[in-house]
Design a protein around this ligand. Structure first.
Ligand SMILES: Nc1ncnc2c1ncn2[C@@H]1O[C@H](COP(=O)(O)OP(=O)(O)OP(=O)(O)O)[C@@H](O)[C@H]1O
Ligand SMILES: [Mg+2]
Length: 457
């Protein structure tokens, strides 16, 4: 059923302009101080709801897509009041046919303070509140949302389509920002489980003493004040449980997790009854494949159980074609958000982008384009050196010099000459024969490189 039909009441309204400035907000909650509401007006949405950004905000999505957006289970961290999970309907506001802002009608479905009362009464928990629970109950992306042209990536997406239909567990590896969560979302939505929950749980965000009750649930009376609570497996029945950063889960809990996965059942803490569930596990880590077992991050038995299907997403620097397509995809997106008219990226900046390492991968690339477009003046149509320098301090003349094609070719040539001279023990005639070039040519090159040339030892 659509949220539109389900949302039988609302308890909050927010209106923003197209830049995200809060124009009006009201929470129909007697506990909320009116002054707080007033102080939010005039602030940017992202400063108040500090875990929300342009890519996960339903208010921005409705403006972006120019249509009503229904969002179930948006987790919001609020600077002023407790964190909560809300169901939202967001609608663009137009003037003269142009989008000028958006309005959101929301209903709080879980307030973290309430949850705290249900959890063990210990100070660590009280301090934490369950802010760490990453409770998105639906997967927002499809495999079609994975933009790529690189042939290995195209194959990987095809493979993901193929394996989505099975129930086998999947283990996704890849550096930060390569799209692991995107794949997990996409696989769930391409599977027969798509109408069931998709729950993403980041194992690094939860303290050890809470993880167990989060996964397996609790029963009334298991400790003072404990209530009957479903664990993630129960809550996710029929759906997909995405275990992000699995390597952060303590090893003893990994053993319990394995048992639950193999038995397809588990007991709530403090309860004897086994409860069955049908959950597909997708696990992910940004630890390199070869280090996962070597360094003992993940138990061998659990790893082999979960890695029936392996998806290793290559880093962006190894997907040069993707740098281009993704850049233009993000240009289109941010042109429309910031009302700019960028049509291209200068040759120099392109060279930089193709040679830069992108340690934050696609997330960093998106950020680069977003900041560049934000900085560019309205009349400019090209992202050039000026914007690149402003948004990435690695972009400078030295970087470009060392990464130019000419420079790379010269370095390779220099290396080969050094190697040949080492093999020939400094005999130029023999080195030239080895390189299959005339002796005279080698001598000219040796003069050219005389300042750098040193036989390899
Ligand atoms: N191929 C792609 N096409 C479009 N957007 C992408 C692609 N890959 C990643 N992204 C976007 O980049 C961002 C990072 O992706 P995601 O969160 O899936 O990465 P991750 O591998 O889970 O990172 P982390 O290890 O830091 O959690 C997201 O906003 C995602 O939508
Ligand atoms: Mg992730």
């Amino acid at each position: 059923m659509s949220l539109y039909n389900e949302l039988n009441y609302i308890d909050g309204i927010t209106i923003i302009d197209k830049e995200g400035l809060i124009l009006f907000t009201v929470k129909f909650n007697p506990d909320i101080d009116k002054k707080m509401e007033e102080s939010i007006v005039g602030k940017n949405l992202f400063d108040v709801f500090y875990n929300i950004n342009k890519s996960n905000s339903s208010l921005f999505e409705c403006m972006d897509k120019d249509k009503l957006i229904e969002r179930k289970g948006q987790y919001v961290k609020n600077l002023y009041v407790d964190d909560s999970i809300t169901d939202n309907i967001s609608i663009p506001i137009k003037h003269g046919g142009l989008i000028v802002g958006a309005i959101e009608l929301s209903k709080v479905i879980a307030d973290y303070d309430d949850n705290v009362n249900e959890l063990p009464n210990d100070s660590a928990v009280m301090k934490l509140k369950p802010k760490c629970l990453n409770m998105g109950y639906n997967a927002r992306y499809n495999l079609d949302n994975i933009i790529c042209k690189d042939k290995n990536m195209v194959k990987l997406v095809e493979y993901a389509h193929h394996v989505a239909k099975s129930n086998s567990p999947i283990f996704i590896t890849g550096e930060t920002g390569t799209g692991k969560e995107l794949f997990a979302n996409g696989i769930h939505n391409a599977s027969n489980r798509k109408d069931k929950p998709f729950i993403a749980q980041n194992c690094s965000a939860v303290p050890e003493n809470l993880l167990e009750s989060i996964f397996f649930g609790t029963s009334k009376g298991s400790y003072t004040g404990a209530l009957d609570r479903k664990g993630l497996f129960e809550a996710c029945d029929g759906g997909t449980l995405f275990l992000d950063e699995l390597h952060c889960m303590p090893l003893h809990l990994q053993a319990k997790l394995l048992r639950a996965i193999e038995d397809k059942s588990a007991r709530r803490i403090g309860e004897n009854k086994e409860r069955n569930f049908d959950v597909r596990i997708i696990a992910a880590t940004n630890i390199k494949n070869e280090e996962i077992l070597n360094k003992g991050f993940i138990r061998q038995d659990l790893y082999y159980r979960l890695s029936v299907v392996k998806i290793d997403i290559p880093p962006l620097r190894e997907r040069l074609e993707d740098i281009k397509v993704l850049s233009y995809y993000f240009i289109k997106k941010y042109n429309s958000i910031f009302e700019k008219n960028i049509t291209s990226i200068s040759q120099e900046v392109t060279r930089f982008m193709l040679n830069y390492d992108w340690p934050g991968n696609i997330r960093e690339l998106e950020n680069f384009i977003e900041s560049a477009i934000l900085n560019v003046s309205k009349e400019k149509i090209i992202i050039d050196e000026k914007e690149a320098k402003e948004v990435n301090n690695i972009f400078n003349d030295d970087f470009l010099k060392t990464k130019s094609l000419k420079n790379i070719l010269e370095n390779t040539e220099l290396n080969l000459i050094e190697e040949a001279l080492m093999i020939s023990k400094g005999n130029v005639t023999k080195a030239a024969e080895y390189l299959e070039i005339p002796r005279q040519t080698l001598q000219q090159k040796m003069i050219k490189y005389s300042t750098n040339l040193k036989p390899k030892s």
